[in-house]
Design a protein around this ligand. Structure first.
Ligand code: ZN
Length: 176
């Protein structure tokens, strides 16, 4: 399993509730590898398994370090254990290309889950990173950022969203 097509807004898989990973095994490693390759190819900052057609609770968030290198944080069965503050920031999504909008989110979060080796980890994230974790975890519950913007703004985006919905039907079903 390498790079796979990203499912677009309108694809029913993006609205499903993802299942927790019971045992971290080779298939989980392969899934994480695919998420990393796919998010890098798309130059995105995060990707959740349903976006490549797999309804498992696995996400990858990309951290860009001081030297501009992309570092991946993979989390299995991620959960928000605490959230603090409030911040409005612009968001986009690889499944909704070309659409950006402000979304209100907590300013900082503590996320827990398993890393790629299956060990429990806890990550404290602020600002853009907190936003990335919240955005990707939403995907595991079938929630997309356009669900969180106002009705007026959403109606302005309706035509663009419908165009993406049409394109989503043309995406080849991945062989997973
Ligand atoms: Zn997204």
């Amino acid at each position: 399993m390498a790079r796979v097509p990203i499912r677009l807004y309108g694809d029913p898989v993006l609205r499903r509730q993802s299942e927790p990973v019971e045992t971290v095994g080779d298939d989980t490693m392969e899934l994480i590898q695919s998420l990393m390759e796919t998010v890098d190819h798309a130059a995105g900052l995060g990707l959740a398994a349903p976006q490549i057609g797999v309804t498992k609770r696995v996400i990858v968030v990309v951290h860009i370090d001081g030297e501009g290198r992309r570092q991946h944080l993979a989390l299995i069965n991620p959960e928000i254990v605490s959230a603090c503050g409030e911040e409005i920031g612009e968001e986009g999504c690889l499944s909704i290309p070309g659409i950006y909008s402000n979304v209100k989110r907590p300013e900082s979060v503590v996320v827990q889950g398993l890393d790629a080796e299956g060990s429990e980890i806890s990550i404290e994230a602020k600002g853009v990173m907190a936003r990335a974790f919240l955005h990707e975890i939403d995907h595991l519950d079938g929630v997309m950022f356009v669900d969180k913007i106002g009705m007026v703004k959403r109606s302005l985006l309706k035509r663009k969203l419908n165009e993406i919905r049409k394109r989503s039907k043309e995406i080849t079903k991945s062989p997973l």
